[in-house]
Design a protein. Sequence first.
Length: 476
Amino acid sequence: NEYKSYLSILQESKWFIDDMGTTPPTSDPFPKKSAKKNKGKRFSSSSYHSSSAAQEFLQLPLFKDTPVGERNDLFLKKLQQCCIVFDFSSTNPDNKGIEQKRSTLNELIDYVSNNNGVIFEQVYPESIKLLQSNAVRCLPPIEDNREDFDVDEDEPNYEPNWPHLQLVYEYFLRLLESPDFQPSVCKRYCDQKFVLQIMTLFNSEDPRERDLLKTMLHRIYGKFLGFRAFIRKNINYIFLRFVFENEPFNGIAEFLEILGSIINGFAVPLKQEHKHFLARVLIPLHKPRLMSMYHAQLAYCIVQFVEKDASLTESIILGILKFWPKTNSPKEVMLLGEIEEILDIIEPGQFKKVIQPLFKMLARAVSSPQFQVAERALYFWNNEYIMSLIEEHNQEILPIMFPALYKISKEHWNQTIVALVYNVLKTFMEMNNVLFDELTLSYKAERQKERRREIQREEAWDKVVKRADSTQNSTA
């Protein structure tokens, strides 16, 4: 059903035909899993960058040394000059040209930021050409299996051309944020192809580049109303490929951060399109094993939906429980934290609808031999609002949780967990002493029945073994 839903979304979007005017790729989009991976050293992005440094970088006069009437022509010349790309990974780099370009880019940033009335129509196509020449490039392929990558410990592959690339991004951002910027004029030269090129760059392995791209795409989303649906549609497409086709992508967290601010601005009541986006795209993002790379941003988006429309709470919690891991303890700890964030703002009427599935999951989490999972689940009882909800529905919750809590208090290997469980049992006993005593007697009686059944089973097997031995001796 998930895959059919995914196919229906792709069919509705028709992104590659309606929006791009191109045909689907002829190469097989589903590479065989049996294909051997290249374990060699990964190339940096600049290795795929076509260098144009064979052209000579001319030293143009400074803006402050140029008459005001000639500055527009000089502005265009400097933009054209900065389209020359230098290869920083070369064994013999042009250090003079590199420094001249860096100085020119800094001057362009200062000129756009500190002067009014300097942006005219010819600046827009030249600025777009500047960004395309320096930033738009073929990114190196990334390995499908990146589960060994540690965000805190491992260093990503940084872009060698970053000293110039950063300044190009900074210039374009200052242009977008300038009070003289006119979206209606820029739209003549900025089309969907250009926006898609920027979105493709989010797959860069350099987090510094993705951070600036995030700000740039957010500015474009705010300035160009006509691109909003197109941007959302293509972000959805990238997410669906990432979830259902296991296609690796580096910029999931940055896209979610952009979507977080977009969701925050959604009008209430929510459109059906936005609810479909939540159910078909955001909730399935809990499925991949690499969720740790973007979980904080994903949880923020989910909580935004809960705050916008409380009626979505039940489907959100059930959707998260659907993708609950069985053998991935770090992911389980993250999901427990997300569930607590949702419960912290849940309405009492919605809480009543999810008691059974939610506390069955919590009972399993508390019983986990992995102490971090059990500890994180037991921390729910430290939240005052959640405790008030539990107290209100203790007659329904206590029978679900009691067997797991009582068993842990007697058998768990970690003394910290045992101490936390004793505190939870004490809290339950104070909430409803009569029910607590009934459940204690019932649990002990059930345990005695289990022991008797176990003894009967062992006796039955002993009889089978003795009969087998006697039969064997008689035949001998």
